[in-house]
Design a protein around this ligand. Structure first.
Ligand code: KDG
Ligand code: MG
Length: 415
């Protein structure tokens, strides 16, 4: 079974997606997600200009060999563009293999270990009343775990908070009011502002209020989005301990994994990191020293199903669980791949879930479904996702950027 074509498809049904479609000489079709928010065309070029031709004529069944060929063969290792490209090829080949077998992909990964993948949804608000409404809305929809992000007094616009006041353009969230897509369709990035001291003072008051309103049971998560120094992160983790978080995410920037040592010394709040990591090597220290509790890498950015499964197996040795990144910039193809993997692995933790827009679902026609807080992958052969070229034609690429962040004195900060 030889690869006959590898097409790079860029579309924008509310937000941009890069999809790889591999077709074999006997007509099997596989899809892979290669979306890198705000840098989409770099991955499209890597796939189109440097990978597609290498795939033609290769045995579509040789997933591992193709992975090694693209990873070792590039010589230039790792990095989000390379690893998203390899991920797309790998995912598309797994999709094909499962279709040839006539089985849903999770059957090839060991079969179901659970009935579904527990998800968490994104609640947010500029203030407590808005936040409480958003949490209630999510609970009404069946979510059993909730990420909490709020506005900070004195700051106009804060990561993770969507409201009439803080609205981004883009994909559909739970409702228009809480629709949060940080990448704006603009020629240059939007600039946001940040004040760490104000954040560190405000965050514990929010979680105290949420616990008082919603009780002790509801699993709560929070994303610091790479903005703190190790000692600030340690302070935050400690101040949130009374509110029993499910996890605290991305407290320090991703480049320096050793920073997590300092955080861990000071707090028992569980830590999650890795949505911007690319390979197993980024986790080595974190796993071996047990500095984290959850792995945030998605299939899309960590080199595909082959590579992420290896990361999860390595994590399992240290009782570390999955917590796969799943905002709307992971396409339905990337989300479906995460669900097939998540339902099969022994150390599944939780899956992030932000519903895609109606236009996105019309284009990809996913067969996974949300039921009582769980996402369940489709039972048909392969990933259970399609790609409708006619719908895609109606949604051409539009340039979009993630925001940048400045401190109040104007200096650049991590976004
Ligand atoms: O494209 C950037 C988003 O994927 C990121 O900001 C979302 O941090 C994020 C999360 O945890 O969902
Ligand atoms: Mg995050």
């Amino acid at each position: 079974m030889k690869i006959a074509s590898a097409e790079v498809l860029v579309s924008s049904p509310g937000r941009n997606f890069v999809t790889l479609r591999i077709t074999t000489d006997d007509g099997f079709v596989g899809l892979g997600d290669a979306t890198l928010n705000g840098r989409e065309l770099a991955v499209a070029s890597y796939l189109r200009d440097h990978i597609a031709a290498l795939l033609i004529g290769r045995d579509a069944h040789q997933i591992e060999d193709t992975w090694q060929y693209l990873y070792r063969g590039a010589y230039w290792r790792r990095g989000p563009v390379t690893m998203a490209s390899i991920a797309a090829v790998d995912t598309a080949l797994w999709d094909i293999k499962a279709k040839v077998a006539g089985l849903p992909l999770y059957q090839l990964l060991g079969g179901k270990s659970r009935v579904g993948c527990l998800t968490y949804g994104h609640a947010s608000g500029v203030d407590l009343p808005e936040l409480f409404d958003s949490i209630r809305e999510h609970l009404d929809q069946g979510y059993r775990a909730i990420r909490v992000q709020t506005g900070i007094p004195g700051l106009d616009s804060v990561y993770g908070v969507a409201s009439s006041k803080n609205a981004g353009a883009g994909d559909s969230g739970v409702s228009a009011r809480y629709d949060h897509e940080p990448a704006r369709r603009s020629a240059v990035p939007v600039e946001e502002s940040w004040d760490t001291r104000a954040y560190l003072r405000h965050a514990p008051t929010v979680f105290e209020a949420v616990r008082n309103e919603f009780g002790p049971e509801l699993p709560l998560l929070h994303d610091s989005h790479h903005r703190l120094t190790p000692i600030q992160a340690a302070k935050l983790g400690k101040s949130l301990e009374p509110y029993d978080l499910f996890w605290l995410e991305d407290v320090t920037p991703a480049e320096n994994q050793a920073a997590l040592r300092r955080v861990r010394e000071h707090t028992t709040t569980p830590l999650a990191i890795g949505e911007v990591f690319n390979t197993i090597w980024d986790y080595r220290e974190l796993f071996e020293e047990q500095l984290i509790d959850y792995v945030r890498s998605p299939v899309t950015h960590a080199g595909g199903i082959t590579a992420l499964r290896r990361i999860f197996d390595y994590a399992a040795v240290y009782q570390i669980k999955s917590g796969v990144h799943g905002p709307t910039d992971i396409s339905p193809v990337g989300l479906a791949a995460a669900l097939h993997l998540g339902i099969a692995i022994p150390n599944f933790g939780i899956q992030e879930y932000m519903k895609h827009s109606a236009a996105t679902d019309e284009l990809f026609r996913p067969t996974y479904f949300f039921d009582g807080g769980y996402l369940v992958p489709g039972d048909g052969p392969g990933l259970g996702v399609d790609y409708d070229d006619l719908v895609a034609d109606a949604h051409p690429y539009e340039g979009a950027y993630l925001p940048v962040n400045r401190l109040l004195d104007g200096s650049m900060h991590d976004w």
